[in-house]
Design a protein around this ligand. Sequence first.
Ligand SMILES: [Zn+2]
Ligand SMILES: [Zn+2]
Length: 212
Amino acid sequence: MPNLPSQKICKQCGESKPISDYFIDRKGYATPYCDICKKAKGRAYHAANRDRLNAVSCKWQRENPEKAREQSRRYYSRNRQVINQRDRLKRQVDPDYNASRCREWRLKNPEQDRDVQSRYRQTHLELVRVADSRRASRRRGAVGTYTAAQWEALKASFDYRCLLCGKGEPEIRLTVDHIVPVSRGGSNNIDNLQPLCRSCNSHKYAKIIDLR
Ligand SMILES: [Zn+2]
Ligand SMILES: [Zn+2]
């Protein structure tokens, strides 16, 4: 181990500073630049090489998804307050900040986006089915809406059975049937819905049959 002086002149700023202001490497040598200058140099280097460095780290993240997730979890838990505060400020300036950031991310990472979506669909099967069905009716022009919890409660009130054939889940899968069909101006509100199995639902066509 080399003997370290108690003071050292920084090669960058030229100031004489106590040795505790320098990074000491594994072999016991102090870096030529003081901590403040070293940090500034690192920042300048990163700014000058941003695109290349980002590309390298994106590649690493793609190749080591587990490690990358762990790393970002650790980073977030260490910097939770700063990150939340920063996001809050950005949302104040631009209320659409989150949505636009997500959109940007999805456009840049189409493959990961597909992975995330398919993982979500697997773990939130019922929520996704309700959302899909709601979206389909809205696209066909239905007004009104219902929540996954309301739909669940409605199914439960009929003992999870199809109101036409009487078969129950999980033997069949219950689907949303609009009592007054959307094509005839029926709404998407819970009071216009009844659970039918897929087969009964598709044989009902656009007849109005209120089985409730
Ligand atoms: Zn310095
Ligand atoms: Zn049925």
